[in-house]
Design a protein around this ligand. Structure first.
Ligand SMILES: [Fe+2]
Length: 191
């Protein structure tokens, strides 16, 4: 059973309270549907007359589950501006040279066409950070990696406040006011 998490998000540059509230409702929907899929699968108990339904539920589970986890990472990064992330910033400096270069690269990633997520994940097997794109909620998740930064690039996350043409500004504002200490916790815990 998954539980909806609560996030205290202060007034932000660009994103209105209404957008955040609506977005939290979408997040709650992922939690609800991840639980619902598990309940339905449990109720079918391997019933072979439900093969089609069972298969479709399994097929869509990663959409709901990753939708839930992606949003939890995203909202945690909006809980107050902080630049306190010494370990993560050191790793970023090692891989990208400096934070500005990293932000430019991440912005280019986030401007990928289509709906999905711009991600910075940690690959424990090589002790490196990887930037990658996720289509929808689940197509492009990298097995064995841990999300450090997750930026929602679905239109519901920014269009009401920024308009479609303001997509880049949404990314710039996110990076400018994100809670780096939440990303630092993700990074330290992923080691
Ligand atoms: Fe979203």
């Amino acid at each position: 059973m998954y539980t909806e998490q609560q996030f205290q998000i202060p007034t932000l540059n660009g994103l209105t309270e209404k957008t955040i509230e609506e977005h939290k409702k979408l997040y709650a929907g992922y939690v609800k549907h991840a639980n619902l899929i598990n309940e339905k699968l449990a109720s079918y108990k391997g019933d072979e007359t439900k093969t089609y339904e069972t298969g479709e539920l399994y097929r869509r589970f990663s959409f709901e589950y990753n939708g839930m986890r992606n949003h939890e990472c995203y909202f945690a990064l909006l809980t107050g501006t902080s630049i306190d992330a010494p370990t993560l910033i050191q790793a970023i400096n090692t891989q990208w040279g400096d934070v500005e270069t990293f932000k430019n690269a991440f912005t280019a990633l986030a401007l990928t066409r289509g709906i999905g997520w711009a991600m910075l994940s940690f690959d424990k097997s090589t002790s490196t950070l990887i930037m990658h794109w996720i289509d929808e909620q689940h197509l492009g998740q990298l097995q064995g990696t841990t999300p450090i930064i997750a930026l929602d690039m679905w239109e519901h996350s920014f269009v009401a406040d920024y308009q479609p043409s303001g997509k880049k500004q949404y990314v710039i504002d996110f990076l400018a006011q994100m809670n780096w200490s939440a990303a630092e916790s993700n990074y330290v815990n992923a080691q």
